[in-house]
Design a protein around this ligand. Structure first.
Ligand code: IMP
Ligand code: MG
Length: 178
């Protein structure tokens, strides 16, 4: 049984704040990319499903959506730094504008791993990173996103795609346990 209760969560970002920030991020990306050049979104499963789908709705250029799956956490609350590729199946991305969409960058190990693989094996024209949450203070490698929604403290957060032992991804807000 799950040792944490949803009722004990402290809300960090409400559904309204999340929606507002997602629109702001989409506006920036729309401005930077322009309305004509195609963009490939790479949604990193499972955490970034909600953010990626919400973001995609506000993008105005022709968008392709691809999904890859990696795992670094297992069920623990601290990042293992040991990134496991579960499914990295992607179409040919050569000469495409690619945007990796993440829920959160914590140590940065997952993003470093993804950037290395994408650059080496796919040679995109342009590779950028957007993450909804940025836990800058927890960084172990030198990786910075091109866009991020909120910078947060070193707290374990759940909701809006982020899980605690596989649960709570479905919450429409982001919270933490004290
Ligand atoms: P990193 O490799 O340490 O940057 O961790 C990246 C992945 O760990 C994220 O994509 C999340 O799936 C997961 N993660 C990191 N911090 C949290 C958190 O506070 N709550 C839930 N998942 C997290
Ligand atoms: Mg993730």
């Amino acid at each position: 049984m799950l040792d944490r209760k949803i009722e004990d969560l402290k809300i960090l970002f409400t559904q309204e704040q999340i929606e507002q920030k997602t629109k702001e991020l989409a506006d920036k990306i729309n401005k930077d990319c322009g309305p004509d050049s195609e963009l490939v979104l790479i949604c990193v499963l499972k955490g970034s499903t909600m953010f990626c789908c919400d973001l995609a709705k506000y993008l105005k250029m022709p968008v392709e959506m691809e999904f890859i799956r990696v795992s670094s956490y297992g069920n623990a609350k601290t990042s293992s730094g040991n990134v496991q590729a579960i499914d990295l199946t992607l179409p040919n991305l050569e000469d495409k504008n690619v945007l990796i969409v993440e829920d959160i960058i914590d140590t940065g190990c997952t993003m470093e791993f993804l950037i290395n693989i994408l650059c080496r094996t796919h040679k995109p024209k342009n590779l950028k990173v957007v993450t909804f949450l940025n836990k800058k203070i927890a960084r172990k490698v030198n990786i910075e996103p091109d866009y991020y929604g909120f910078d947060i403290d070193d707290k374990f957060v759940v909701g809006y795609g982020l899980d605690y032992e596989g649960y709570m991804r479905n919450l429409p807000y982001i919270g933490y346990f004290e």
